[in-house]
Design a protein around this ligand. Structure first.
Ligand SMILES: [Fe+2]
Ligand SMILES: [Fe+2]
Length: 398
């Protein structure tokens, strides 16, 4: 039998020589021999240690010329054992129904050496977290990221009356506190979702990044001409806290995305339409585009889940009722926010203008209600039930 040959030259095993050894041995079967030569002074010692750790036998020749190492490696049986019983963590392109805990730290589709940790991800059920649209939504989200520094005309000149500027600052203050909650809720679930559902992780991670930008641009608009923010009502914060407290992924997505962010899409569109300056118009319309995507994912994964598990709707309904009961005695929307919206929609201080601003805000509330009913019907609620549940949604919008 002719031995396979490998000349390492002066390359040592401490500088990558093991890659050449492994490659050469990979072409051999157990028991076959590889003749190795090299000039690295440490080679005889390193070869011994490496062969022991890899499970090969080694024979170093005494007769090599000075400064040279001649050796023969016999490929061992044990070298193949490491991957004996190795399984793949599913298939790259296929999303499994219930990925095992042991897959959690590996890429989907990787060949897993036996052993390793079995981290517990409690959201490990495809029906619970997955939506078929998640990969496309992630691609869309990644492509639509915008830079707050350049996407908004911060320097564009405009002049606003003092009380209109106050109304803008009040609306921005309210938006920021809502955006903070919209960031916290998906962020808290990210670490609980099995990484096998990586497109969902990626999508929610970008969603969190979207909310980070919304917080930034709304804060920056509020402070563009003022040193202080507007007011934050206790009732508004109580309402938001019920979202942060919800630990069930389906219920939290339902309350936040389907009902809250859905309602916010209408609100942001309203502020963009009645914005008195180009910066306010731009920041609200940029955020609205992102919010549409957040709503799409919430509706998609819950619609898919509800189709498989009809009793999900009972739980969703109970969640709305529970939240309504918890907030029953609360004022709902911060009155300062309502008034600021009226001022923005009025555009002037005549009684006629204020009346029409007021009517436009009432019209906005009806539009929000219609949107919620439409999305509830997408989840399979009959029209009368959808109307009933939409009416129970928090008056704080989110
Ligand atoms: Fe947002
Ligand atoms: Fe959002």
């Amino acid at each position: 039998m002719t031995d396979a040959q490998l000349d390492l030259g002066d390359l040592g095993l401490d500088a990558g020589g093991h890659l050449l050894l492994r490659r050469a041995l990979g072409a051999l079967r157990a028991g076959e021999r590889l003749a190795v030569r090299g000039r690295d002074p440490a080679l005889p010692v390193h070869l011994g240690a490496w062969c022991r750790s890899e499970g090969h036998a080694l024979d170093v020749s005494d007769g090599a010329p000075v400064g040279q190492c001649h050796a023969v490696i016999v490929r061992g049986e044990r070298a193949d054992l490491r991957w004996l019983g190795a399984v793949r963590a599913g298939e790259t392109g296929t999303v499994g129904t219930r990925p095992p805990a042991a897959w959690g730290m590996a890429a989907r589709g990787a060949l897993l050496e036996a052993g390793g940790p079995e981290p517990h991800f409690d959201l490990d059920d495809r029906d619970l977290v997955w939506a078929d649209v998640a990969p496309q939504l992630y691609a869309h989200a990644a492509a639509r990221q915008w830079d707050p520094a350049t996407a908004v005309p911060w320097e564009e000149p405009f002049t606003l009356a003092d009380d209109v500027e106050s109304a803008v600052v009040q609306v921005m203050t309210y938006l920021v506190e809502n955006e903070q909650v919209a960031l916290l809720v998906p962020a808290r679930f990210l670490g609980r979702i099995h990484p096998h559902f990586r497109e969902v992780l990626q999508l929610l991670a970008v969603q969190v990044a979207d909310e980070a930008r919304h917080i930034e641009v709304f804060t920056r608009r509020a402070l563009l001409r003022r040193k202080a923010l507007g007011t934050s009502s206790a009732a508004g914060r109580v309402s938001l806290f019920t979202l942060v407290e919800e630990s069930d992924f389906s219920l939290a997505s339902f309350l936040l995305s389907v009902l809250g962010e859905g309602t916010f899409v209408d609100l942001l569109g309203f502020v963009a339409t009645h914005a008195p300056d180009p910066v306010t118009r731009r920041v609200t319309s940029l955020a609205m585009q992102d919010e549409r995507r957040h709503v799409l994912f919430g509706v998609a994964h819950l619609a898919q889940h509800a189709a498989l598990e009809p009793r999900l709707r009972d739980r969703l309904r109970a969640a709305v009722e529970r939240r309504y009961d918890a907030l029953r005695d609360m004022a709902g929307l911060n009155a300062d926010v309502f008034d600021a919206l009226v001022v923005l929609a009025a555009g002037d201080w005549t009684p006629e203008a204020i009346r029409s601003g007021y009517l436009r805000v009432r019209q906005l509330e009806r539009q929000m209600d219609e949107g919620r009913r439409r999305r509830l019907e997408r989840l399979g609620f009959p029209a009368d039930e959808a109307a009933e549940l939409s009416a129970l949604h928090t008056r704080n919008f989110m």
